[in-house]
Design a protein around this ligand. Structure first.
Ligand SMILES: C[S@@+](CC[C@H](N)C(=O)[O-])C[C@H]1O[C@@H](n2cnc3c(N)ncnc32)[C@H](O)[C@@H]1O
Length: 258
């Protein structure tokens, strides 16, 4: 299956088919310094360069997800096996790598056009011992490095933006749950078109989906940003791992496979 051509940039004109929701302004190439509102003692440096794709800049959902992981899950992430999907320049994964004392290096993944930028940003932050970059095209067989990693925490920031790619992303999530039924997916996206909620609808059919607590929710929900966890649905209709917190109370704990 050739998925590489099926997830184009967030095109500011062609993408607006249903809702006239404004898209982020495209930035000039350059290095950004990001400390996630002080959650990182030392900011990460991120090369932003849109020449190879929309992942070459930071996106609002990636910022929300990075902050959420640093604020609520830092210590639990230390023993997790972490994978980032649609990492772009590696915003979320590199924040986690920089801010957590990871026992196992995490894997940033994206399409081949983003590989050099992910590698560049790993080096820029001297995080080679804590992060690597791989190609993972949604809908395709999981790469060997990912299979060997058997991720139990999956990060996906701003991966819902192109309807034809929804089934590909869904297939990859199912494949990851096949690989590790105790995995937890942290999933954050900005709703730009009505169709984006179709992905959530499909996810609710396939997985246990929870909208999770974050103290910034009142702010980011006004900007149509959604933050969820997905877990594998166990036979019998319950989650395969212990049910955790909800948006109404506390940030959910990560269930790490023993
Ligand atoms: C909007 S960017 C988000 C980048 C980053 N996660 C962030 O939050 O700033 C979406 C990313 O998904 C990646 N992507 C889109 N379709 C894909 C596919 N079929 N397989 C793998 N990655 C894909 C793009 O290359 C891009 O880097």
């Amino acid at each position: 299956m050739d998925s590489r051509s099926s997830s184009p940039d967030l095109d500011p004109v062609a993408g607006i088919t249903e809702d006239l929701v404004s898209l982020p302004t495209y930035k000039e190439a350059g290095d950004a310094s990001l400390d996630f509102d002080g959650l990182l003692a030392q900011p990460i440096q991120l090369r932003e360069d849109l020449r190879t794709g929309c992942g070459g800049q930071t996106w609002p959902a990636g910022m929300v997800l990075g902050k959420h992981m640093l604020r609520y899950h830092r210590s639990k992430l230390e023993t997790a096996r972490i994978l980032e999907l649609g990492a772009g320049g590696g915003l979320v994964g590199l924040a986690v790598a920089a801010g957590c004392d990871l026992k196992a290096p995490l894997i940033l993944t994206d399409q081949d056009v983003m590989l050099e930028l992910m590698k560049h940003n790993i080096q820029l932050n001297k995080l080679e011992s804590k992060a690597s970059a791989s190609i993972l095209n949604w809908g395709e067989t999981l790469p060997d490095a990912v299979v060997a990693h058997k991720p139990d925490v999956i990060l996906a920031g701003e991966c819902v933006y192109f309807e034809p790619a929804f089934p590909l992303l869904m297939q990859t999530l199912k494949d990851l749950f096949e690989l590790n039924e105790n995995a937890v997916v942290y999933f954050c996206f900005k709703k730009r078109r009505r169709a984006d909620m179709q992905f959530v609808k499909a996810a609710k059919k396939a997985f246990v989906v929870e909208e999770i607590f974050d103290e910034d929710r009142p702010v980011f929900q006004r900007e149509s940003l959604f933050l969820f966890t997905f877990r594998k649905r166990a036979t019998g209709g319950t989650t395969s791992s212990k049910k955790s917190g909800t948006a109404a109370n506390h940030a959910d704990p990560i269930q790490i496979e023993s």
